[in-house]
Design a protein around this ligand. Structure first.
Ligand SMILES: Cc1ncc(COP(=O)(O)O)c(C=O)c1O
Length: 383
């Protein structure tokens, strides 16, 4: 085993010869970031009013093909607002996956709703459409108000949030089809999948609303940031209103007609985002080449490497391998850390976290299988 581990470490060091230790995923600022930041300061447009916010939203609309984009301060905020737009209300339920970053479940909690966890599939690492269908077939009931209710708990199933894990698209068309049958809005958590496509369409644009993250560890960063994307004009207008403290436009009066949020992305952050977008095509190419090199190497080693699912083109945000079992996972994580290579297990499953232990979930043997074995390996753009 140490021999196998040593080969992996050696290969990663060859991929990233200029980094010691080798980080998991760091941002790169090789374009106009400084220039645009200085422009913000020189013009005094540092807050959420400013040309870079609109420009960044336009860039994201252009890339994703979404009709509308509303920039906010984080992917988590984007998720929170997206769920509010989907009319998730206190006491409702929202279906999502146990294998996700905690923000997905937290945003549901911010709406005082309950997550219901449904298993993922090995091929996509995301929500399993067959298991979703089985659950709704057995437990979902459409009532006279046109909404779907959970027969077991009696609560309304107000939304479904699939997540494109590590940038690999889920089988989103099938998930949408199932949810449409039960009148359940779909909010796509595309936080990790900017630049990922399913059947030629950008992730986050299939559902009623999608969200993106521009956190420091994402392929396009604004320091911290997020985006709500949608093709629905009403959702877009409401998203902008809610994230701007629900202030009614007026030259001097402060009139707010809802409990809004101060979630709008500042111009400074958007300026960095605009510069990052100018380099994004190269970033994607670089990441996909790195993934190909990993794929070839791990094929030779006989270790499964996670590749893009069928019909998908992935951004390969985080590269990951599947080790034999949890014991091997632990040994590898310790070995890599000792050798100066940052590696990470996948997230602890949501139903294992104290806040979500009580939530309803279907059997999640695939998510558990993956939690025991998945390890993320260095994935930064190589320079
Ligand atoms: C799947 C997923 N959802 C939501 C988020 C939240 O995004 P942010 O960190 O920008 O709040 C992240 C991560 O960063 C994520 O990976």
């Amino acid at each position: 085993m140490p021999n196998l581990f040593a080969h992996i470490i050696e290969f990663i060091k060859e991929l990233y010869p200029n980094e010691n230790p080798v980080p998991l995923h760091v941002p790169r600022f090789s374009g106009n970031e400084k220039k645009y930041l200085i422009d913000c300061i020189d013009t005094t447009y540092v807050s959420y009013v400013g040309q870079y916010v609109t420009r960044f939203e336009d860039e994201i609309r252009h890339l994703t093909g979404a009709k509308y984009a509303v920039a906010v301060c984080s992917g988590t905020e984007a998720l929170h607002v997206a769920l509010l737009l989907a009319a998730v209300a206190p006491g409702d339920e929202v279906i999502t996956q146990p294998l996700t970053f905690v923000a997905t479940a937290n945003a549901i909690s911010y709406c005082v709703a309950q997550p219901v966890f449904m298993d993922v599939e090995r091929s996509t690492l995301g929500l399993d459409p067959e298991k979703l269908n089985d659950f709704l077939l057995n437990n979902g009931i459409l009532k006279s108000d046109g909404k779907c209710y959970n027969k077991i708990t009696g609560r309304k199933i107000a939304a479904c949030v699939p997540m494109h894990t590590f940038g690999h698209p889920v089988r989103i068309d099938q998930i949408i089809e199932i949810c449409q049958k039960y009148h359940i809005p779909v909010v796509e958590d595309a936080a990790e999948s900017l630049g990922s496509y399913y059947k030629g369409q950008h992730t986050g644009t299939f559902g009623d609303i999608g969200i993106l993250s521009f956190n420091g560890n994402k392929p396009v960063t604004t320091g911290g940031g997020g985006m709500i994307i949608t093709n629905d004009e009403t959702h877009a207008a409401k998203a902008k209103h809610l994230t701007t403290t629900a202030k009614k436009p007026h030259p001097w009066e402060f009139v707010h007609d809802d409990v809004g949020y101060n979630y709008r992305m500042p111009n400074i952050n958007a300026a960095v985002g605009c510069a990052q977008m100018e380099c994004f095509a190269g970033v994607l190419e670089n990441k996909r080449t790195t993934a190909q090199m990993y794929d070839q190497f791990f094929q030779d080693m006989g270790i499964p490497f996670i590749t893009e699912p069928a019909h998908a083109r992935s951004n390969y945000w985080l590269n990951a391998i599947v080790l034999k079992d949890r014991q091997e996972r632990e040994k590898f994580l310790a070995y890599a850390t000792e050798k100066g290579i940052q590696t990470r297990p996948v997230w602890r499953l949501m139903p294992h976290l104290s806040m979500y232990r009580h939530c309803q979930c279907t059997a999640f043997e695939t998510a558990q299988w993956l939690e025991d074995r998945l390890v993320s390996i260095p994935s930064s753009v190589r320079i």
